[in-house]
Design a protein around this ligand. Structure first.
Ligand code: SAM
Ligand code: ZN
Length: 267
């Protein structure tokens, strides 16, 4: 694991720093964690929860990203995160948005955190500037306090208190949430999960305890997708945990995503 990323990590059992030796990461107190052959480290200390992304979901998402369907969203995330290394992407999935956030800065570094081992495996290979860990956002993050420049959280669960703890006082939080029109064109036809109206306002209200909202951008557009990609749009997200329909045809689909930037309140 690259040094800039290793410096961010904290032992999940004692909070001490981690150093690499002989294929493991260890702290001064003697706790140690295997570095997987694929380049990620598992700091979860237990089984994956049921909502961890599966390899099939990750493959579907990688095809959707490769087709450029979310490029305007990635551009908003990249603009919000510019110059904000080191970047922590929580619920990183394939690390698509993390790599966008690192931009073209060769010295930037990023840590992809996800509860899915399959995701960590993909993220660890996404870019030489990225390191990947398996961890649960609902537990104390295995990240040292006040050392992260930007926390990125795209369509993933948010532990706002922990995000505030790991951010430097001059750092920022970039959150992307789906709007109520997201995936219209597929939703009614295939009975997809509904996105509640005003999700971005709910996030802003929850964040008030730790953060000040400083910027909001919306990416809202329609894309024409052929049948295979339309199916991938369903298979890459939480709908995949319910059912991916067999009869997905070509469709015109709405993308509706809000990207908010927050700065930590003075503490
Ligand atoms: C909808 S996906 C978004 C992935 C990525 N940010 C993207 O937009 O391409 C949500 C991600 O959050 C991860 N996740 C779900 N619950 C989590 C948890 N408790 N802790 C960490 N990651 C979690 C999933 O494994 C999945 O990769
Ligand atoms: Zn330890």
């Amino acid at each position: 694991m690259i040094d800039g990323v290793l410096d961010l990590l904290a032992c999940p059992r004692c909070g001490g720093g981690l150093a690499e030796r002989d294929g493991t990461l260890g702290c001064a107190a003697g706790h140690s964690y295997d570095l997987a052959r694929q380049g990620y480290v598992n700091l979860l200390g237990g089984p994956e929860p049921a909502n961890a992304d599966t390899p099939l979901m990750l493959q579907a998402r990688a095809r959707v990203h490769a087709a450029g369907l979310f490029t305007p969203v990635a551009e908003l995330v990249a603009a919000a995160a510019r110059g904000g290394s080191p970047v922590l992407d929580v619920g990183a999935g394939t690390a698509h948005y993390l790599v966008a956030a690192l931009g073209d800065d060769p010295d930037a570094v990023g840590l992809a955190l996800d509860v899915s081992k399959a995701a960590a495996r993909v993220a660890a290979r996404a870019d030489p500037r990225v390191g990947a860990v398996v961890a649960d956002v609902w537990r104390p993050l295995p990240v040292r306090s006040r050392c992260v420049g930007t926390v990125v959280c795209v369509f993933a669960p948010r532990n706002l208190g922990e995000f505030a703890r790991v951010l430097r006082p001059d750092g920022r939080l970039v959150v992307a949430t789906p709007g109520s029109a997201h995936l219209d064109g597929l939703r009614d036809r295939h009975g997809l999960l509904r996105v509640p109206e005003g999700k971005d306002a709910l996030v802003a209200a929850a964040a008030e305890e730790f953060f000040e909202l400083v910027d909001t951008h919306v990416a809202r557009y329609r894309v024409a997708v052929e049948a295979a990609l339309a199916r991938d749009l369903i298979a890459m997200g939480p709908n995949a945990f319910h059912r991916v329909p067999d009869d997905v045809g070509a469709a015109e689909v709405s993308i509706d995503v809000t990207v908010q930037t927050y700065r930590p309140l003075d503490r």
